[in-house]
Design a binder for this molecule. Structure first.
Ligand SMILES: CC1(C)CN=C(N2CCN(c3ncnc4sc(CCF)cc34)CC2)S1
Length: 499
């Protein structure tokens, strides 16, 4: 039975966060699966009514005395513009009518699972019902509310709508697959089949209907070496929550929508729905950094959990967990820690071949290398009398960061580095004196490598650059101390600071 029938109408009109949390909880309990279309319409309605240009009452309270508008952080339970049940119901029924009215299932009555032709057909239904031309990167285009009230979706929104449509059609094998910058679907027995259902990037011909095999084989970051987040209905709910966008403008956010997203992400977290979803954990970490929830883990723990999730479930093939963490350290002036996070991010990207589909992560590394590290070096050279610049471990992290970018370029069709990268690189490296640089050694990588052209993740190059880890001090007092990895961890090859 569709979620709308089981919805408790007494919760409506929805006008505060607890009422929306209740809608989500009511969709998660019992045996039925959560209704993606219903939940996407509900959060899309809140987001779109709260972030359109109209000022929202609860972020600016006019104080009686001074009669001035004070921008105040609302309490943890702000009010929204009321969301009426009949609006949600009408939009839901419109989605069901569009999907059921456009797809003839008679050729597929004997198929237990979806087939590629049907996946392409449903993708076409969504695709062909979109407005002819609109700014695709605009905010608030990810939900079914946007689709049903404006016929506009962004690339994630199209993939989500296809999965929601298959839920309406009664299929439970079609699920969302998420990389760090793209979305597609898996379907068939054991979810063994894949299909593109949306576009990616600008000016690229869409590949809708095709399997993603070629993307994985090209070893581009866009397909995360075959380690995407494969969703079930609960992770699909987590994805719609994580895709909530509180932006009011390029420089301001709706406090109400941010609080809603934060509390819904904690609901997803508590139910274990984002344990295998590193980016959602990172999103929650960002929200907690801005507005910590008392009694909850600090954001630094959440960023670490996102990294652990990627290492545990995705063979450490995701970059963003490290850039979430690196960004946090950078904003808190913890530059040595930021350098280590960014070097770890670089150790991920070295496993890939750079392709034209990877612009997003290219821009991310460009900003780190050419803006954030130079700024950190500038600040560091004039604080705590420049100890950072005399720290061989910092130097080792930076070398490993740059070496990862070189590894990314090696074997790629398209070059990564150019003179624009070289100047900040030389500028940074030259800030470390010879005496500091001499304490860093490059150790050969003697560990076993999978045989060449094996279909596992590509072997890293010989001289991996691995950070030194705080570990046992083996110094005999005379020779330089080799910093060994903690007990129980294999000795790492790479650049090691000898302190
Ligand atoms: C460290 C960062 C630069 C900060 N925000 C980042 N993101 C914000 C949220 N993002 C996401 N958050 C949750 N789920 C998804 S699925 C997806 C691919 C398109 F479908 C992107 C994405 C993308 C990454 S990475």
């Amino acid at each position: 039975m569709a979620g709308i029938q089981s919805l408790d109408k007494r919760l409506f009109p929805l006008k505060d966060i607890p009422s929306i949390i209740e809608v989500f909880k009511s969709q998660m309990e019992g045996l039925k699966e959560p209704d993606l279309a219903l939940l996407s319409i509900v959060v899309g309605a809140v987001e779109n009514t709260m972030t359109c240009i109209r000022p929202s009452l609860s972020t600016a309270i006019t104080s009686q005395k001074t009669n001035e508008t004070d921008l105040v952080i609302t309490n943890q339970n702000p009010n929204f513009f009321p969301i009426e049940f009949n609006i949600v119901e009408a939009l839901y029924e419109r989605f069901v009518a569009i999907v059921r009215g456009s797809v003839d299932l008679t050729p597929y009555v004997n198929n237990k699972y979806a087939v590629r032709e049907l996946v392409k057909k449903v993708s076409d239904v969504i695709w062909n019902s979109l407005t002819r031309s609109y700014y695709k990167d605009r905010a608030h285009l990810q939900s079914l509310y946007s689709y049903l009230t404006g016929n506009k979706l962004d690339c994630f929104g199209v993939a989500f709508a296809v999965v929601a449509a298959f839920q309406v059609l009664g299929y439970n094998d079609v699920h969302l697959a998420l990389s760090e910058d793209h979305a597609w679907v898996v379907f068939g027995e054991h979810g063994a089949e894949t299909a593109e259902v949306t576009w990616h990037g600008k000016g690229n011909e869409d590949k809708r209907g095709q399997p993603i095999g070629a993307g994985v084989a090209s070893k581009s970051w866009l397909y995360v070496n075959g380690c995407p987040v494969i969703c079930n209905r609960y992770t699909e709910v987590a994805a719609l929550v994580s895709s909530i966008n509180p932006s009011l403008s390029a420089t301001s956010e709706s406090v109400e929508v941010s609080l809603l997203q934060q509390q819904l992400l904690w609901l997803m977290y508590d139910n274990g729905y984002i344990l295998r979803y590193p980016m959602a954990i990172g999103n929650l970490g960002d929200l907690e950094e801005i507005n910590p929830t008392s009694g909850r883990s600090p954001c630094s723990i959440l960023f670490q959990e996102g990294i652990i999730s990627s290492r545990k479930y995705y063979h450490n093939m995701h970059v963003y967990p490290y850039t979430y963490q690196g960004g946090y350290f950078y904003r808190h002036y913890m530059y040595k820690e930021a350098f280590e996070s960014w070097a770890n991010a670089s150790d991920v990207i070295r496993q890939y071949n750079y392709s034209r589909d990877d612009e997003e992560i290219y821009k991310e590394f460009m900003e780190i290398a050419n803006e954030l590290i130079p700024h950190a070096m500038k600040v560091a050279s004039s604080t705590n009398n420049g100890t950072l610049l005399r720290d061989p471990e910092c130097f080792a992290h930076l070398l490993r960061f740059y070496d990862g970018l070189c590894g990314w370029e090696e074997g790629s069709q398209t070059p990564v580095l150019h003179i624009g990268w070289a100047k900040p690189l030389v500028n940074t490296i030259s800030k470390f004196d010879a005496e500091v640089r001499s304490q860093v050694a490059i150790l050969p990588d003697l560990s076993e490598k999978p045989p060449p052209n094996s279909n596992t993740a590509s072997e890293a190059n010989n001289n991996d650059i691995i950070p030194t880890k705080p570990a046992r001090n083996l110094s005999d007092g005379n020779s330089p101390t080799v910093v060994e990895p903690p007990v129980g961890e294999a000795p790492h090859p790479g650049i090691v600071a000898l302190t």
